[in-house]
Design a protein around this ligand. Structure first.
Ligand code: TMP
Ligand code: ASP
Length: 238
């Protein structure tokens, strides 16, 4: 397969077309790290490679458990071939433990375990700062086609949560929360897209509570790349 023209560049990935193939795209992970909707930025050599390797491992594992994902083939340390999808403009966040924006919103201490996972939608729109969005608002904005589709997204995200919690637990990591993105492929099926990485999850060491994710960058805790490397090392050994 031959890498074609750049068709989209986001904050963390570049998407290229593939010569003579309209069903697939070539995804390249970037070394850029951003937080707070791009207000805080850094370049970190190796970050793209680590995130690509981590996404490859996790998506393959999920797919073995019956989750439909966009990943077709890992082609290099930081590139993969994926099904072309139309991204549904909703960030689907699942929380097992309260942290980040929802902990702040309700003034509940970070680290409070939840009896039942929370699923939340955020509207994918950089100009608006990806605001929280209710089901009815998502329908009003036509971010999703129907309430059934929103219910499907929640169900799918909860299914991923069960699997992902186990994958990380096997490496001694507590899955606090994470964000997923879904897309529709050429057949109109809703499949898991984007990435699952320390950029998009909160990951705490089960023994020490040490943060191994992008909060190290957001909160200036240092050892950002070392933590991403640690996550990859643990995942590849299970
Ligand atoms: P939050 O606590 O800031 O709402 O974030 C919840 C989870 O979703 C956390 O693991 C980080 C992830 N996330 C993203 O991947 N991208 C985003 O744009 C946001 C706001 C959160
Ligand atoms: N993903 C968003 C950004 O890159 C927000 C965040 O992760 O803090 O700006």
């Amino acid at each position: 397969m031959v890498k074609g023209a750049l068709i989209y560049e986001g904050k963390a990935k570049k998407i290229y077309s593939i010569a003579n193939n309209n069903n697939l795209v070539w995804v390249e992970f970037k070394d850029s790290l951003t937080a707070f909707n791009g207000e805080k930025k850094a370049e970190m050599a190796e970050k793209g490679r680590l995130n690509s390797l981590i996404t490859g491992l996790i998506f393959n594992r999920l797919s073995q458990s019956g989750v439909d994902t966009h990943l077709k083939e890992v082609v290099s340390d930081k590139e993969m071939i994926c099904q072309k999808v139309k991204i549904i403009p909703l960030e689907v966040v699942v929380r097992n433990v309260l942290a980040g924006s929802t902990a702040k919103k309700f003034n509940i201490p970070e680290g409070t375990s939840l009896e039942k996972p929370l699923v939340e939608f955020y509207y994918k729109n950089d100009e608006l700062g990806d605001p929280f969005i209710s089901d009815d608002q998502a329908l009003m904005l036509k971010a999703a086609d129907s309430q059934e589709e929103l219910n499907q997204l929640k169900q799918k995200a909860l299914q991923v949560n069960v699997l992902l919690k186990d994958i990380f637990a096997a490496t001694g990591i507590r899955l606090v929360d994470f964000k997923l993105e879904y897309g529709k492929n050429m057949q109109g099926e809703i499949i898991l897209a984007d990435e699952i990485t320390p950029d998009t999850c909160r990951l705490w060491d089960m023994k020490t509570g040490e943060k191994l994710d992008k909060d190290r960058f957001r909160r200036d805790l240092g050892k950002v790349l070392e933590s991403y490397q640690e996550v990859y090392n643990r995942l590849k050994n299970i």
